[in-house]
Design a protein around this ligand. Structure first.
Ligand code: ATP
Length: 210
């Protein structure tokens, strides 16, 4: 039986921007994924700072950003948990949710490669899903050969095979937050409905929370 392919896309999405939706769409195309599920994190287990705006605002902005693409879905699975969720737990939850009948992909940007070795259960995660690293503007093309001693040749080969050469889109949530605090223009970085939401709710007017 040919399994359907589902891509999961986690992040803080504080806020979701056009880089997220563009690379997710390109990755879905490359993989042949039926659906891409955006999964906002309560907070990153590895980041010291908290998201700057409320969970409901991040959810609402993602819903607006993905509204026009029927491949895109939104899940509040990680936000409903009382503590930050490890990716491995989230992947296992979705495997079970699809009754083991889907091939699960987990998308990350190339900027996250160096922290992967600190992820909880990283070897199991590499084994149990297709961890797919996307190109990111400002980052070197992904390469895993330096991890061969820790994860072994087979895992490194799998990671290399799953690299996706997504378009380079030089947008980050940090840049958007910084521009908004400084009263700058962010319209070219956000879906129009997300830019409207930020304006209407007065989000990101002050500096970072920690
Ligand atoms: P911040 O600037 O707050 O760290 P971010 O722009 O990196 O935020 P996240 O929500 O942390 O956004 O990103 C979620 C995932 O999307 C991460 O795996 C990240 O590497 C990836 N990502 C974000 N922006 C891009 C982009 N422009 N190109 C490729 N991948 C991206």
């Amino acid at each position: 039986m040919i399994k359907k392919k589902i891509a999961l896309f986690g992040g803080t999405f504080d806020p979701v921007h056009l880089g997220h939706t563009a690379v997710a769409a390109a990755a879905a195309e490359h993989i042949g994924a039926e659906k891409i599920v955006f999964i906002p994190a309560k907070r990153s287990p590895l980041k010291t700072s908290l998201p700057q705006v409320k969970d409901d605002d991040r959810l609402a902005m993602i819903a607006l950003a993905i509204a026009d693409d029927e491949k895109f879905l939104l899940s509040d699975y990680e936000l409903r948990k009382t503590r930050p969720s490890y990716t491995l737990e989230t992947v296992r939850y979705f495997q079970a949710d699809y009754s083991g009948e889907a091939l699960i992909y987990w998308l990350i940007g190339a900027d996250s490669i160096d922290e992967l070795s600190r992820w909880y259960g990283i070897s199991e995660l590499i084994d149990e899903c297709n961890l797919s690293v996307m190109f990111r503007a400002g980052c070197k093309p992904p390469n895993f050969t330096k991890f061969e001693d820790i994860w072994g040749a087979a895992r490194v080969e799998k990671l290399q095979k799953n690299i996706i050469q997504t378009p380079l889109i030089d947008i980050s949530s940090t840049e958007i937050r910084n521009r908004l605090v400084a009263g700058g223009d962010v319209t070219d970085m956000l879906a129009p409905a997300v830019a409207d939401y930020i304006r209407e709710h007065g989000l990101y007017q002050s500096g970072a929370k920690s």
